[in-house]
Write a protein that binds this ligand. Sequence first.
Ligand SMILES: Cc1cc2nc3c(=O)[nH]c(=O)nc-3n(C[C@H](O)[C@H](O)[C@H](O)COP(=O)(O)O)c2cc1C
Ligand code: SF4
Ligand code: SF4
Length: 286
Amino acid sequence: MEKIQINPQTCIKCGHCAEVCPSAILRQDESNKSIFIEDIDTCITCGQCVAICPTNALIHQDFPAETLHQVDRNELPAPDAVELLIKYRRSTRAFSTKPIQREQLMRILEAAHRAPTASNMQKVAFTLVTSPEKIKEITEFTLDTFASALQKLQNPLLKPLLKRIMPDAYRYVPAFKKLLKGYEQGYDGILRGATALIFIHAPKKSRFGPMDTNLAYQNASLMAESLGIGQFYTGFVLAADAQSSADRLSQILGIEGKVFAGMALGVPKYRFPKYMDKKTIVFNEL
Ligand SMILES: Cc1cc2nc3c(=O)[nH]c(=O)nc-3n(C[C@H](O)[C@H](O)[C@H](O)COP(=O)(O)O)c2cc1C
Ligand code: SF4
Ligand code: SF4
């Protein structure tokens, strides 16, 4: 079977499929308006041609009937509701010990998986961590990396050189010291008592891995907010991974790819009764 088939009996030659195809595979003959197919190998399997066809005349082998769903725009949240969801979403750093329901975690992952990817590659993958031992291992890997960095930054022989070549690194010295001391005293300032982590990864060399994974992150964070689940971005863990030589985070997670985004989640201990304005938007118009 051809990858794409057009039923000549039901095609009304509206040309919508040709207009929306990002790869210009579907073309419309200027004289008789029929649709022809060119360079099918460049199809990115986005399904837009199938989704737009008003008569179901276009069949794509990667989108059988059971993968298609009717759109009802009346079901969408109103813009005011979307705006409030965006405004209410905050980073949560105080969690209760109550576990997150599995069904909620799955909805958060599904939301992340729905995000767009460059050329519709869909190479983004997710690792969910709920094991307290693994969470501890990730915190300790992060803190060990920071402890080594601190040692280097404070080495009297290296300090004059490092201050010159990487002055910004010294900004983190107080934070590293506090995190290490806090952990000694029983507080994990890296993962802050999160009961679940979602690491978002992509093949190591993928050109758009950082973009794809971080778009997935934001979908997930909004879904988490709507479910009443708190989350924050695991920047410290990612910073440690960037510093470590041997892809330690990927090793700990047992994955092939590279982690470009990470989320710590938990049931919030408190709810913010207020939200605040952001700095004034920087906005240019041409
Ligand atoms: C790339 C990135 C890294 C971050 N790393 C951390 C982190 O390691 N720990 C943490 O508590 N928050 C982290 N955050 C959360 C930011 O501090 C937070 O988003 C910012 O202060 C704005 O607050 P809000 O998310 O509540 O609006 C990170 C955010 C981003 C975008
Ligand atoms: S699936 Fe996307 S890229 Fe492929 S033919 Fe349809 S619209 Fe074009
Ligand atoms: S969208 Fe459907 S009906 Fe319209 S030209 Fe394409 S195949 Fe024909």
